[in-house]
Design a protein around this ligand. Structure first.
Ligand code: GLN
Length: 503
């Protein structure tokens, strides 16, 4: 029987390989053929790694021939955001600064997915150093939204989301500092999860805002996201990341248990917010009534200090980014400008030429915010706001299991449409507060918007280390919108079926 990767979930690929329906090598070739046929129109990748994918596949096929038990993601094609180190690839963070930087080691998150059997097919495009919401700040090329090439895939993990939506990877990894997994997932019609801060190791992931950054999965279904979460957390706490905690668990265990008796929080102020597109509002309301029909109770909750979230994030984020990016000085790391007379000049010129506009804006802002006299007014105030937002969430999760809201005020926008940086920052209004508090969140597609015809979806937020509960509620939403299909949305129509066939 012929297989097409477009129709297979990660779970089905792994079981197909384990049962001998096809080999991991055949899967790798099918994924590479899909990339050949589709990537030109999408631009999801900065680097392709066919040799790594084939070598990983060969190891899995040998293990099967030797009669060994196969790992849970055996043969699953994986795309890795280009701020994560993987030996044998560059880790450019989509910046000229790191254009020639070779990964000296493999990030724990990637390593764990390789151990779980994934086939790394390439490094995914992103906003430069993960600053942005559209992938437009990549120094190398744009990534088109697979549902409409005139539109952005979202960001900063735009390549990771687009690869899964285009079916050139079955699962992918992104990082989320202020929404960079959840928002591109919504724009591309796939599932994307930001786990609880500390649940997934950040070791080997280029830091943006160390107190906010978290790695998480993209896939076309909640089940596959849960499967990847199992892989990412297997082995427990990573001693190489001081903030890492043991979140290892069977993420599939209660996935199908439903939401009977559960309490779902709705924040009225967020539903009435200015700029929320009617089609997004309607789909959140629709999801709420479906959860109610499935036995959950809707409860109004307030997050009183949410209006301070964007301001406090755009203080804390740039302040941390400024410290983290100081190492890219052309001496220890990164692009080195030739011909400078002094070390200071060399560093200044290397940074001036190595970084793009947005990366400079964030660092200049961060330097200013941390300077003496200014520090108290902004950074200290932002930390106070952070405490209040975190307390709001703690109080809300005493009343409810999860909170339901939009992932983004609107569906994917056109290239250049949010040219004013402040406008772009404001579009992060639904995702940012979660990183400030450290809680987990997930974006689940619900279908195509009635007005735009583009993917729309909802976001669920959960209590710290309530990642499994979050997935269970997300699965209930997915089940109600998927009408018995494996995922709410298929591989984007412009991509589906081109390559990807398995003999
Ligand atoms: N859009 C937000 C920003 O530009 C979030 C980015 C992210 O999560 N990496 O900071």
């Amino acid at each position: 029987m012929p297989f097409n990767l477009d129709d297979l979930t990660a779970a089905e690929i792994a079981s197909g390989v384990a049962q001998g329906s096809f080999t991991a090598t055949e899967v790798a070739h099918a994924a590479l053929a899909a990339i050949d046929a589709r990537e030109g129109a999408i631009g999801a990748y900065l680097e392709l790694t066919p040799e790594l994918a084939l070598a990983a596949a060969a190891r899995i096929d040998e293990a099967r021939s030797a009669g060994s038990a196969l790992p849970p993601l055996a043969g699953v094609p994986l795309a890795v955001k280009d701020n994560m180190n993987l030996v044998g690839t560059h880790t450019t963070c989509a910046s000229r600064m790191l254009e020639t930087y070779e990964s000296p080691y493999t990030a724990t998150c990637v390593d764990r997915l390789l151990a779980a059997g994934c086939l790394p097919v390439g490094k995914a495009n992103m906003d430069e150093f993960a600053f942005g919401s559209s992938t437009e700040s990549s120094a190398f090329h744009r990534t088109n939204n697979p549902w409409d090439p005139a539109r952005v895939p979202g960001g900063s993990s735009g390549g990771s989301a687009a690869a899964v939506a285009a079916g050139t990877a079955t699962v992918s990894l992104g990082s989320d500092t202020g929404g960079s997994i959840r928002q591109p997932a919504a724009f591309c019609g796939v599932v994307g999860m930001k786990p609880t801060y500390g649940a997934v190791s950040r070791y080997g992931v280029t830091a943006f805002g160390s107190s906010l950054d978290q790695v998480g999965p993209f896939a076309r279904s909640v089940r596959d996201v849960a499967l990847v979460m199992g892989g990412l957390t297997a082995g427990g706490r990573d001693p190489l990341d001081g903030t890492s905690q043991d979140a290892s668990a069977d993420y599939l265990e209660h996935l199908e248990d439903g939401v009977e008796g559960g309490r779902v929080g709705i924040v009225p102020a967020l539903m009435d917010a200015e700029g929320l597109a009617p089609e997004v509002r309607r789909t959140v309301e629709d999801a709420a009534s479906r959860l109610e029909a499935a036995g959950a109770q809707l409860v109004e909750v307030s997050l009183d200090h949410l209006e301070a979230a964007i301001a406090s994030y755009y203080v804390i984020g740039p302040a941390e980014a400024f410290s983290n990016l100081a190492r890219f000085d052309g001496v220890r790391y990164g692009y080195q400008e030739p011909g400078a007379a002094t070390l200071a000049e060399q560093s200044a010129l290397s940074r001036a030429h190595g970084f793009g506009q947005e990366a400079k804006r964030r660092q200049i802002l961060g330097a200013y915010l941390l300077s003496s006299g200014v520090y108290d007014r902004y950074y200290y105030a932002a930390q106070k706001a952070r405490t209040m937002i975190t307390r709001d969430y703690l109080a809300a999760f005493e009343q409810v299991d999860v909170i339901l809201m939009p992932p983004s005020p609107h569906a994917a926008f056109k290239f250049g449409e949010l040219a004013d940086p402040t406008q772009m920052y404001l579009s992060d209004m639904y995702t940012i507060s979660l990183n400030i508090a450290g809680n987990p969140g997930i974006s689940v597609p619900t279908g195509l918007g009635a007005d735009s015809g583009l993917p729309v979806g909802v976001q669920l937020q959960g209590p710290a280390f309530g990642d499994r509960k979050l997935l269970r509620f997300a699965r209930a939403i997915e089940r109600s919108f998927a009408d018995g299909k494996k995922s709410v949305l298929p591989v984007a129509p412009g991509c589906a079926g081109k390559g990807g066939e398995l003999a």
